[in-house]
Write a protein of this length. Structure first.
Length: 139
């Protein structure tokens, strides 16, 4: 995949709170042309969204972007933050690893689609390790 292209046109549904006339008037004043988004921009957006979804630094996330079924296919690798195993309350209160990864997949699909305007058809997640977040003391 080399670049993403979004065409601007006059078709589409009216936004919430706008009448059909307002929406068609706004669409007719849009400039003709197309918008292209470079791969590195898609990668940067996806890396940042992935880092936030996992709760780790962007430098700990690896992202590959492809296409599948007319949309974006994401392959994300990152460590998964886990509670300190000595903190038994947190261990028992937390969701399982699989539940957390499914939640991350759904969150990434939604977030990347919202940010890029492209459908996300697949999100593959590889957990590369486990990290224990450092606790910060409140002064």
């Amino acid at each position: 995949m080399s670049i993403a292209t979004v065409s601007r046109g006059g078709s589409g549904s009216a936004a919430a709170g706008q009448s059909e006339t307002d929406a068609s008037a706004a669409a007719s004043t849009a400039l003709p042309g197309r918008i292209t988004v470079a791969d590195r921009a898609l990668r940067a957006v996806t890396e940042q969204a992935s880092a936030l979804a996992f709760g780790v630094g962007r430098d700990q996330v690896s992202v590959e972007i492809g296409s599948a079924a007319g949309g974006l296919a994401l392959r994300v690798s990152a460590p998964l933050p886990i509670p300190d195993l000595d903190d038994t309350e947190s261990v028992h209160a937390g969701a399982t690893v699989m539940e957390r990864i499914r939640s991350i997949q759904q969150n990434l699909r939604r977030t990347v689609a919202d940010l890029t305007g492209r459908a996300v058809t697949r999100v593959d997640v590889t957990v590369t390790g486990a990290v224990i977040p450092t606790r910060r003391r409140v002064r």
